[in-house]
Ligand binder design. Sequence first.
Ligand code: HEC
Length: 437
Amino acid sequence: MYRAAFFASLALPLFAATETPTFTRDIAPILFNNCTSCHRPGEIGPMPLTSYKEIRPWAKAIQASVQTRKMPPWHADPHYGKFANDSRLKDSDVALITAWAKAGAPEGDPKLLPALPQFAEGWQIGKPDAIYSIPEFTLSNSGYDEQMNFVVETNLKEDVWVEAIEIRPGNRKVVHHAHVWLESATPAAPKPKAASTTPRVSYTMREGTRAFARPDAPVIDDGCSHPNGGMWPGASPSELGSILASFVPGKAPEQWPTGIAKKIPAGSKLKFTIHYSKTTGKEEKDITSVGLRFAKQPPTQELRRIDLHNTAFLIPANDENHVVTACYTFQEDADVLSYLAHMHYRGKSMKFEAIYPDGRMETLIDIPKYDFEWQTKYLNATPVRIPKGTRIKLTATFDNSPNNRYNPDPSKVIRWGDNTVDEMMDGWFEFVTPKTQ
Ligand code: HEC
């Protein structure tokens, strides 16, 4: 009796563990749902993974990529936060893929093959209600990267609310990142100037379209030890009310939960700021576009965004682990929807911490292995309440050593600049003002 029960309880797991997983029954559902969004023709994955024939030669590489958690790409530490777009595979899926690859990657019964997911061609946000494009731009093949501005009329006759925005680079080989800003038809009334006894100093300079820190600008690595958190003396992080959308490698289009939308007033213009990299050595052409999907009805909450940054850091040559902080205190309650870390090639990690008014400290998100190619917008599974008076601390590390395979030149001292060969230290927050109950 005892013995029978013992074997009965073991029977199921033993059976499952010894049965070889097959492609059509066990593996295709995992790979089709988690990999083909990028690994299909025309997308960013280097090879399509849409059939047994395509997948079979990659079995060992697939096993390695899921075991090391290199694929699907996800760079946040699972200990902190809960994210709606968390793409990590379940441990049981990783175990199935491993067992299948070890068993020689058998195909199994072709009749069990599931259908491939349906993907929208072209625009990921669905059919846009309006599309605006820059005039064709020709990028020369010599000199520095270009930081270009283009202003495009919307010709909107009335205010619209947008619930999804997608920037589509015309030429992905050279569009390194792109932002679209809102320029309102009627310029805002000039703000009264605060009386100031100190002369205005500019800490940045320009060379062509490249802006960067003056070599003699003050150095503030520990922004949190400074009154304004690590920005240039006298500056403070301002809310980027006018930024509409951003494209950076690996980032999905802007789409917000139902009821949250961004307003575009009648007559607005759209300003595209596009950073072009001269990576191909050839003259290149680009027509980048932005697509807007309108909300069917006015939102209950307006989307807002603030970008925190340290602009005054200095990363010594060859420094493998240079720490830079930035701090900012929220002046009102906020429900935070997403975070994004933005650095360039030397960015190594970034942590976002909240120090609440009662002194409690919490890690909101930790990105221990920042990857310039994967600037994911991390969407909170539920909005995170940041009460008024909460201090946000961003801690970044930079690797300016030869061990960093992306590092263009470890012998250079690195400061803030908008070119990729310079650096940035930015943490973005999208938020809404909490509903009053
Ligand atoms: C968000 C897009 C995306 C998703 C989702 C994705 N991949 Fe990839 N994959 C890429 C890109 C881009 C590369 C090439 C650059 C790189 O290695 O980072 C790549 C490279 C690979 C490689 C090449 C070998 C290696 O490790 O460098 C393998 C194998 C791979 N992916 C397997 C998978 C599998 C299996 C899944 C699903 C479980 C998956 N990928 C999901 C974008 C993606």
